[in-house]
Every structure is written in C-alpha cells, then in structure tokens.
Design a protein around this ligand. Structure first.
Ligand SMILES: Nc1ncnc2c1ncn2[C@@H]1O[C@H](COP(=O)(O)OP(=O)(O)OP(=O)(O)O)[C@@H](O)[C@H]1O
Ligand SMILES: [Mg+2]
Length: 246
C-alpha cells in the first residue's frame, strides 16, 4: 500500500475534527475525498503531509511510519502537495519560480562562476513544457491569470518529483473553462508520470470523471467509501452530501 492512515484522530483544543479515520491509497489510484464544508478533508491532508501531527493514530507511506515528520522531509520522500492558496513568489518570473523549486529539490550547490540563470535550465524548461507555460516563462508570476498561476503551482509541485500528488480543491474559484483545462492537465501529468492522486473537490462532475475511488467524510469520520457508482447510489451519501448540493 502506497499510503495508509491508521486510526487517525485530530483534536483542536477538544474539538474533534478527525475522528478515528482509516484511509488507504494504492499506487496508481485516483482517490478522492469528498464531504460537506468542515467535514475534515483539508485537516486529513494536513495530517498526511506533516503540516499537522495527529492526536492519535499513524500515517504510513510505503509502509514507513511518517507520523510527525516535518513537511519537507515527507515531501522529499515523494509526496507532492498543492495548497488552496498558492505558494508562488509573485515578483519572480515564471521561469525563476520553477527554477527555485528545481534547485531546492536537487540541492545543487551554487558555483560562483555560473550565473544563477544557467542553472538547471533544462529541467526548468521541461517542467514549463509539461504544464504548458513555456510562452509565459519570462512573465512576472504575480501578473498571471488564475489559471496560469495554478499551472505554475503544478510545475513547482512537480519539481520535487513526487510519486503521489495531493491536491486540495484544485479547481476552487475557477471558471468552467479553467476547471476543464486544469483537470485535463492533472490527468495527463498523472498518466505521463505514473503518479498516484489524492484530491478533494466540490465539483461533482470533476469527482465522478476523475476518481476511481471515493471516500466520503462527514463530521470528521468516514461515512462511505468505494467505487464512484457505489458511492453515488449510497443513501447516506445522498442524504448528507449530494442532497445538500442539489
Ligand atoms: N487549526 C484549526 N484549529 C481549530 N479548528 C480547526 C482548525 N483547522 C480546522 N478546524 C476545524 O476542523 C473542521 C474541519 O475543517 P477542514 O478545513 O478540515 O474541513 P474541510 O472538509 O476541508 O472543509 P472545506 O470543504 O470548507 O474546505 C472544521 O470545523 C474547522 O473549523
Ligand atoms: Mg478544505
């Protein structure tokens, strides 16, 4: 099993945001967590990526116990994550943002005689090509459209060469066109790079077109889990979630 969360509980000063949750993701899976606002989806992501340490329970990646490790340590092990808010340096160019990420991952030592712009040129352009941003390489990142910023964020995340990609609401705030192109991008990159995906999403069209396994969270616990069609037909799910969205 690539990722395994065992009996995770997260309490914030007595408020139980995650209540004894088990979750597994197999290599190659397109796994999605859905649930109403406040169900605990982002908290679950934070427990997996090390941004929070569970009050109880363990997290395993490749059968290694990663509970309590720092986010950058977990990232180095092959877990990539994008945030609901972007982590782009707005004053740097698109190229520079990706270059910084490539350098951070490669930990290439700076040579005083090599201008910084020549470092890791090839890798940086390859990543820009992957996400369709070569033409924007010299644009200042802060001036990019929202859709382009998301593509840039994807390139930054991919620079760490992840094996699993965690995407927390990748299409939040996007127009229908941006949503479609973002999802096409995610699916293409996942396939090309043989990536496993764990994502959250409120757009049910996206969920049902991408996911091959859905876990439904409700009030910090798993309400249902399974193949998309089974989850869709589950009366509990329809009541708490799909019904609400209708
Ligand atoms: N740092 C925190 N301190 C206290 N309570 C928190 C903290 N983070 C999250 N919570 C609470 O935990 C619950 C779960 O929040 P979480 O952000 O995980 O939900 P979510 O499923 O991601 O919701 P959304 O769909 O709105 O993104 C909420 O009630 C939230 O207020
Ligand atoms: Mg959330």
């Amino acid at each position: 099993m690539l990722l395994r969360v065992e009996n995770a509980t997260m309490s914030f000063d007595g408020f139980i945001a995650i209540n004894d949750v088990n979750l597994t993701v197999e290599k190659g899976q397109m796994a999605c967590i859905i649930g109403p606002n406040g169900a605990g989806k982002s908290t679950m992501f934070n427990l997996i990526t090390g941004h929070l340490t569970p009050t109880e329970g363990r997290v395993f990646f490749h059968d290694e116990d990663i509970t309590g490790l720092a986010p950058h340590t977990i990232c180095q092990k092959g877990m990539g994550r994008s945030f609901q808010r972007t982590n782009i340096f707005p004053r740097l160019s698109v190229f520079e943002n990706v270059q910084v990420a490539v350098l951070a991952h490669a930990r290439k030592s700076f040579n005083f005689f090599t201008p910084a712009k020549d470092l890791v040129q090839e890798e940086t352009y390859a990543l820009l090509g992957d996400v369709g941003l070569v033409d924007e390489a010299h644009s200042i990142s802060g001036t990019l459209s929202y859709g382009f910023q998301k593509q840039l964020e994807m390139a930054i995340t991919l620079a760490s060469e992840p094996e699993i990609l965690l995407l927390d609401e990748p299409t939040a705030g996007m127009s229908p066109q941006e949503t479609t192109s973002t999802i096409e991008l995610v699916e293409r990159i996942a396939q090309e790079r043989d990536l496993t995906l764990l994502f959250t999403e409120h757009d049910m069209d996206v969920v049902f077109s991408v996911a091959d396994k859905i876990t439904v969270f409700h009030q910090g616990a798993v309400l249902a889990e399974g193949k998309p069609e089974d989850v869709r037909d589950n009366p509990d799910v329809q009541r708490i979630y799909l019904g609400e969205a209708a």
